[in-house]
Write a protein that binds this ligand. Sequence first.
Ligand code: CO8
Length: 379
Amino acid sequence: MTSASKPNIVISGSGVWTPPETITNEELVASYNAYAERFNRENAAAIQAGKTEEMPISSARFIEKASGIKSRFVYTRKGILDINRMRPHFPERKTEDLSIQAEIAVQAARKAMQKANKTPSDIDAVIVSCAYTQRAYPAIAVEVQNALGITGFGFDMLMACSAATFGLHRASDSLASGSARCVLAINPELMTPMVNYLDRESHFIFGDVSTAVIMERADTVTAKNSFDVLSTKADTFFSNNIRSGFGHISRATDEDPYGREKLFHQQGRKVFEEVSPRAALHMKNHLAQLGFSPIDVKRYWLHQANINMNNMVMKHLFSGLGSRGADAPTIIDRYANTASAGVIIAFDQYNEDLAKDDIGMICSFGAGYSVGSLVLKKR
Ligand code: CO8
């Protein structure tokens, strides 16, 4: 579904809140391997008898080569590297205190509002869209509204790695229909609580971050740096290859709510092979609907899951179009995969140098499967 020709809708600001703490591949691998070696030692007899599987050893070199990730920012290092815990430890907050997710949402929102020259009274809709929300209700978006003093409406939505682009689609539609005049779309991505730090295949993939975007109608824009939203497009295809089964039904089915199936897990190679061509096709079709070729796009802000995957998407996209290297900046090395926020970090850090009328494209892809994109033009 494409929603084309919305030249009166503008992205006028973005913001990123980056956590103060980091974990390098080497640190993560050292703690995983210490856990695995202890497990294998303590279960040597069962492993020998074929009753228990040996835990394989992880490698920092593999991680960097297979993904491009060198380090990740985390809300807290506490607990993650402790081999007696292997998950983060967040201090519990009282009901009346601002929740952790609302807190990091507010941090990113303030930066985006500053860039867009907006105060809370200018905004009349808040969308919190991300891979997980820390509770079912009240919506984090309504808590953020309250914390910032924003009137109008707010809601939460989940769409894994495409939550940010799908959230911006909803913002654009709200502005086009007139149900809002200035939308704050936020992606407070707290990944580390749902990472299985005992799984060699995925213990290195994620980091925490929070991003925000201001979208408004052109007649209210005062920011110096802004982009017309020429079009939005979304595609989804069902797949179980990326899954996190955590949810309220576990209480009724008597399953362990934090068992392996409930945390993030994936068939990474299959995802890589199935999603890369679909993402490229989606982008090609979206651009064609606007009369553009991939060559007309000055910059691509792609989902930040894996550098090799992004290179593959670009290869598919430019296939048959000559050897022009695509401009698709990466932040994966420093941030790792931050679910839906990765495209917004890339956009935020690499857009100000574009010239008037340059075309840019934001494209996310991930669990669902889902692919979401926006075609932008610098004002
Ligand atoms: N150290 C050493 N060796 C390893 C490790 C490790 N840590 N991990 C795997 N290996 C081994 C494998 O076992 C395999 O060994 P063998 O050949 O003997 O079987 C070998 O290395 C090669 O494994 P792969 O083929 O799996 O390696 P890849 O080159 O495919 O790289 C990746 C693995 C990096 C996972 C890659 O496949 C990838 O990035 N795929 C794309 C995945 C992707 O983009 N997923 C999106 C997920 S995010 C999303 O949609 C939103 C969810 C948000 C919520 C998250 C909450 C936490």
